[in-house]
Design a protein around this ligand. Sequence first.
Ligand code: FE2
Ligand code: FE2
Length: 135
Amino acid sequence: MSLLTWNHASSVGVRALDDQHGILMDTTNELRLTLLHGGGREQVCEILDRLIEFTRMHFQSEEKLMEDTDFPGLIEHRAEHHRMLATMLQSAHCLQHSATMPTRAMLCALRDGYIEHIEGLDQEYGPWLNREVIY
Ligand SMILES: [Fe+2]
Ligand SMILES: [Fe+2]
């Protein structure tokens, strides 16, 4: 499984949100490397909790900007954020309560979910926010 790397397709055209996406990618990579190097459950849980908290904050930042500018895709976007967070919380719950460590499949789903969201739905608000002079 490859690490997440920043590329032009990842940019949404708003600096603060691009920076937050970079932190999300770095933290996802940290989780992957920790598992690869045999990190313990406590360490993996700590990183996943941090990733969830940062994701929550990031989603709030995006939704606030979309709300402030009356972005027409807000409802659909917010619903997708809720779905992603619920999946992450479920993964964290499994990690804390199951006997086995997270699988490669769980990490792949997490990584693919971020890529798909950042390079998909997140691209839609960029031009709208730019028109509102938000860069
Ligand atoms: Fe995002
Ligand atoms: Fe988003």
